[in-house]
Design a protein around this ligand. Structure first.
Ligand SMILES: [Zn+2]
Length: 443
């Protein structure tokens, strides 16, 4: 009994199931006799934690993982990065391993540093470089490197103006990763094989404006109009090669962690908080900068925020933060008031936004780890948040972290060669895989 899962980070229903569907051959063949549809991501719909929510069947609140970065305790500026070590729940490969079944996991975010499993692991884009210990077992590293003559690429720089270079590296990375997948499929014994391709996410972020006529920066007749299409075609070709190594009774699943859509701009959360008097600077900076101790007057600050696909807002609470000023008994009212204000933020033209701003406890039934005080999703994700200050304005046409044209969307794609394996939310994927193996769904 074998299940092969092809993870396509950021693959969207609008492209895979609509716009490109007639030009793709091998991917649609997987679900032609099976099932395909859109699938709801988690909140927040971000790579980390979304893939781990699939593998563990847990929400971000249960995992205590709210993004790639987390504030360290109640400090003002210290943060930690989510690595595999921060994932405490059992993954589907852990569960299968206990039943004696073997898994091969490649590129799954975040699986660096790799942990012991019954099978093989090649870690993901969080891996620092090829010198690091990126495989389990450790001796697999040399074998993986030998597939591509001593090279391997975990990720590429995608927020760059050097579009041609980025494109070349994207194709090279994809080729190397699929070659390793192919090698492991053929040479290892496995029950579950799960590969996550990060390339679709990267091509969306780097090239969306060139494809989408509705994007505010789209230019007619630009030379990159078809790059996203070409990349989907390339992944489709590789999929054909991968499928040729499978047996007729293997189950194949294709899934993404979230979708994508055009970015309308970036909302400067801290510029907003400054204007409203919640964030106090000692001196407004002459150039764009992240918040730092030189400029922030913490003793007179009530709230500050982080940028990203959504904004995490932190409150400066007496007895909790070092220079906190909000009285603990006023915390609740303060948070409610700020939520209401953020909920009513409008766009640059005064247009209404469909925003979702809430306390973590309102989003999750269990809130573990180090959550922010407030989570703010602006205009149904069309507007990302920028955490930098010094812009002298509240709305940016571009991401403050480099050229990036796409934001994430709530719905990704799900497809299965078995029409009985239907999923509507990514947190069901763990149990879908267990069911494919005829195992009881747990908890
Ligand atoms: Zn993703």
């Amino acid at each position: 009994m074998r299940v092969f899962v092809l993870g396509l980070d950021c693959a969207t229903p609008q492209l895979l199931f609509e716009k490109f569907k007639n030009d793709l051959e091998n991917l649609p063949a997987i679900w032609s006799g099976g099932y395909h549809g859109k699938i709801r991501s988690v909140t927040p719909p971000i790579t980390i934690p979304a893939w781990m929510c699939m593998a563990t069947g847990k929400t971000p609140g249960e995992l205590g993982i709210y993004g790639f970065r987390h504030r360290k305790g109640y400090s003002y500026l210290d943060y930690w990065i989510t690595t595999y070590s921060k994932i405490k729940e059992k993954t589907v490969w852990d569960i299968l391993g206990e039943k004696g079944m073997k898994s091969v996991i490649v590129g799954f975010p975040p699986t660096y540093p790799p942990r012991k499993l019954n099978g093989y692991m090649v870690s993901d884009f969080v891996t620092p470089d090829i010198q690091s210990r990126f495989t389990y077992p450790p001796e697999l590293r040399e074998e993986v490197l030998s597939v591509n003559n001593g090279e391997y690429i975990f990720d590429i720089v995608y927020r760059t103006e050097q579009k041609d270079k980025m494109k070349r590296e994207l194709w090279k990375m994809t080729d190397m990763q699929f070659k390793v997948v192919e090698h492991l499929m053929k040479t290892k014994e496995w029950n579950l094989f799960w590969y996550v391709n990060i390339g679709i996410d990267r091509v969306h972020h780097a090239f969306w404006r060139y494809m989408d006529k509705e994007h505010h920066l789209y230019e007619e007749g630009n030379p990159y109009e078809n790059v996203i299409y070409e990349y989907y075609k390339y992944v489709d070709e590789w999929t054909g090669r991968i499928l040729s190594h499978l047996k007729d009774d293997d189950t194949v699943i294709v899934v993404s962690d979230h979708g994508a859509k055009r970015m309308k701009g970036a909302f400067c959360i801290n510029e907003y908080l400054i204007e409203k008097g919640y964030l106090k600077l000692k001196k407004y900076p002459d150039s764009v900068t992240d918040l730092n101790n030189e400029i922030v007057d913490w003793k007179n600050t009530y709230a500050w925020g982080w940028g990203g696909y959504y904004s995490r807002v932190f409150l400066n609470v007496e007895g909790r933060e070092r220079m906190g000023i909000i009285k603990p008994e006023e915390y609740e009212d303060f948070a409610r008031e700020l939520i209401k204000e953020l909920q009513n933020v409008r766009g640059p033209e005064g247009e209404e936004w469909k925003s979702m701003v809430a306390l973590p406890e309102e989003i999750y039934s269990t809130v573990n780890g180090e959550p922010p005080d407030i989570m703010a999703f602006f205009d149904d994700l069309y507007w990302r948040a920028a955490g930098t200050v010094g812009h002298n304005r509240m709305y940016l046409e571009e991401n403050d972290k480099g050229p990036d044209d796409a934001v994430h969307d709530w719905y990704g794609i799900y497809a299965s060669s078995d029409k009985e394996l239907v999923a509507e939310n990514i947190t069901e994927i763990r149990d879908i895989i267990l069911r494919a193996f005829g195992m009881e769904v747990i908890e």
